[in-house]
Design a protein around this ligand. Sequence first.
Ligand code: MF3
Ligand code: CO
Length: 251
Amino acid sequence: MILLKSSREIEHMRAAGRILGEVKARLKALVRPGASTKDIDEDIEAFIVGKGAAPAFKGYRGYPATVCASINDEVVHGIPSAKRKLKDGDIIGLDLGCIVEGYYGDCAITLPVGPVPERVQELLDVTRESLDKAIVQCRAGSRIGDISYAVQAHCESHGFGVVRAFVGHGIGRALHEEPQVPNFGEAGRGPVLKAGMVLAIEPMVTMGSWEVRVLEDGWTAVTVDGSLAAHFEDTIAITANGPEVLTRTAG
Ligand code: MF3
Ligand code: CO
């Protein structure tokens, strides 16, 4: 069942999303050569708790940290570690979540560490653009397949691979609610969008094949072919006036 949120519920999710928007702004300074993914995790946990919110991922199915930090061929769910230090030329995906008054916000961004080759920057740009194209589809009367198709068509037209094994999701009082939001599929198919739905849309896109596998730690998903991967995510409320992105700050 797809749960519709009241304006009071969306207000809590807006508050959670606002905190995550501020976290994204902090990342510009936190993501630099020599920083460990544990350093980044600790800073963000302190920031979220300082805002009176709670980390959303810590303890979720036993996940041990506040953020997921996925470097280069790691697609999603990389576990922060003091031993893993960023270096120039890396790309790092950071998945961020928090809870306010029992309501979740969820977003992700992939950043370059120093300069990266042109095709790698293109991977980041095209993945972010595919999320923007998906958000445009978030109107009452459209279908989940319209979102899926918008992501897949944009990424594949630029020669990138779209990951199948993980999908976006409804979000509210739980991190993962119905419906699933695949990043591949046919326009005009799937559940009809209604005002009051809140979706986390999260394209995961690679420079090569879409196939992924999970490492022995039980969490870190990597590309099977070792190609680089990018991940962007926002939490979006579908309103009578169209999409409202909850996890971005102005500017
Ligand atoms: N954005 C991710 C998701 O929606 C965050 C989950 S990480 C986990 O699945 F550790 F909480 F699983
Ligand atoms: Co998510």
